[in-house]
Write a protein that binds this ligand. Structure first.
Ligand code: DUC
Ligand code: ZN
Ligand code: ZN
Length: 456
């Protein structure tokens, strides 16, 4: 063996137990007590929890958006990821009119192969069916290793929105091809109507970002998406769920047996729309925006009772100077916030605080995303799985600040937040990449994760 992590407590989505863990050639090869091998490096993890690396199922790295490019490259974003215990990210390449899926993803894959510090997979955003050719390509995309496609109900002017007919075609073809459809659900016409009204009235500060897309604007789209998925009998994954009414509709469909999966993000669990009243409110501008306290509570309830399937970040940071474009006009603020380094500490911190169990945090951040998106080698600590391992110290408190993060952005919405418990080591396929506060890996360590076809 190359590595033995001894005396720790293993956490799976189901239980926790004392065990050593042995690694060879990037895989977990042994679990049990008193593992020995004179050739192996031995790490004493007494008092620590041993977790599967998190899978952040939602990032936008180096994404052209809002008149600029998101501030974290594949290198910076994945460097930050491993320093927060994330060992795989799912990024979102954007297919455009006239271009194919594999062609689009291949370009991003080549960029990531050079830069990535953790493993990476892709969901491909579909913005145009190219007269049906894109639907015909779904099967080859799945064979290539991309088994999820994303649609936007918003971003009409940006040429990213799909209409209902296109959405239903994608839902059905994805199902037939062994893929799942992801959706960003907000109602674009209501947003445009409300923005126009607020700008006309001279209401231009960040609060009106929230006011132009409040709860009912997301809820209509959540319900419409669920309606079409139920009727098409096709799997649907709603990204960044933020509102109570939409959540309830999705949970209702799920309870009745439909394959509706729900993702939320730490920012919707931590903050409410009140952040948009702060002097730095523009820094919290992302879409969908944070909602009211009732929604925040409902999301936590669904985290606790099992109704939410995954927590991911929608990591899409922009620099302060870019956020400042919207000082006098909220529509000019590039949408997105940082989060990839905070995901696992935040959810595990909720476990340390007794709000959820460690197993539930692992299920939400690792085991479920692996299952839903066909990462067959990842998502749990078991013999034969990739040795993506996080050593977590439940006693180490950590106060988040831009100065102790490992991204390229220059501010964070998480500034000053203290989490109880923190990762102390991260291994990607057996290689130590984060050690006691320091990044110790190198760009290019990360590998493309070929996702298996998914069948629900
Ligand atoms: N929302 C964001 O805030 N940023 C990136 C894309 C998105 O849908
Ligand atoms: Zn989105
Ligand atoms: Zn997103």
């Amino acid at each position: 063996m190359d590595l033995i992590i001894k005396n720790g407590t293993i956490v799976t989505a189901k239980d926790m137990f004392k065990s050593d863990i042995g690694v060879a050639d990037g895989k977990i090869v042994a679990m049990g007590t008193d593992l020995k091998d004179d050739n192996a490096k031995v790490v004493d993890a007494s008092g620590k929890l041993i977790l599967p690396g998190a899978i952040d199922a939602h990032t936008h790295l180096a994404m052209p958006f809002g008149g600029t490019i998101s501030a974290d490259s594949y290198e910076a974003g994945t460097r930050a990821a491993v320093c927060g215990g994330v060992t795989t990210v799912f990024d979102y390449p954007m297919q455009r009119k006239g271009h194919g899926i594999v062609e689009t993803v291949e370009g991003r894959k080549q960029m990531a192969e050079k830069e990535a510090c953790c493993d990476f997979a892709f969901h491909c955003c579909i913005t145009d069916l190219n007269d049906g050719a894109i639907l015909d390509e779904f099967k080859s995309a799945v064979d290539y290793g991309v088994s999820s496609f994303k649609c936007f109900f918003v971003y009409k002017k940006e040429g990213m929105m799909v209409d209902d007919a296109t959405f239903v075609k994608i839902l059905m073809k994805a199902k037939e091809s062994g893929a799942i459809t992801n959706l960003h659900a907000e109602n674009p016409d209501m947003i445009d109507l409300r923005i126009a009204q607020y700008l006309k009235e001279g209401k231009t500060d960040a609060w009106y970002h929230y006011m132009s897309r409040p709860e009912f604007v997301a809820a209509e789209a959540d319900k419409r998406a669920v309606h079409w998925a139920v009727n098409a009998d096709a799997p649907l994954y709603i990204v960044h769920m933020s509102d109570k009414e939409g959540l309830e509709a999705a949970v209702d469909a799920k309870m009745k047996g439909s394959k509706v999966f729900i993702e939320t993000c730490p920012q919707y669990l931590e903050f409410t729309c009140d952040v948009y009243k702060r002097p730095d409110g523009r820094n919290f501008v992302c879409s969908p925006p944070m909602k009211g306290e009732e929604s925040r509570q409902a999301l936590w309830q669904a985290i606790k009772n099992g109704a939410i399937d995954t927590v991911a970040t929608d990591h899409c940071p922009f620099q302060q100077s870019e956020k400042d474009w919207g000082l006098n006009d909220f529509t000019k603020i590039p949408n997105g916030c940082a989060g990839v380094e905070n995901l696992y500490p935040y959810m595990l911190g909720a476990a340390t605080d007794g709000i959820i169990s460690y197993s539930r945090a692992v299920e939400l951040c690792s085991t479920n995303p692996a299952k839903i998106f066909g990462c067959t080698d990842k998502g749990s600590l078991a013999i034969g799985k990739d040795a993506d391992i996080v050593v977590y110290d439940p006693k180490k408190d950590f106060t988040i600040s831009v100065s102790n993060m490992h991204s390229d952005y220059d501010h964070t919405i998480w500034e000053g937040k203290t989490v109880h418990g923190y990762p102390v080591q991260t291994y990607v396929r057996g290689k130590l990449v984060f050690d006691d506060g320091d990044y110790v890996g190198k760009a290019g360590d990360g590998k493309f994760v070929k996702c298996a076809p998914v069948n629900f």
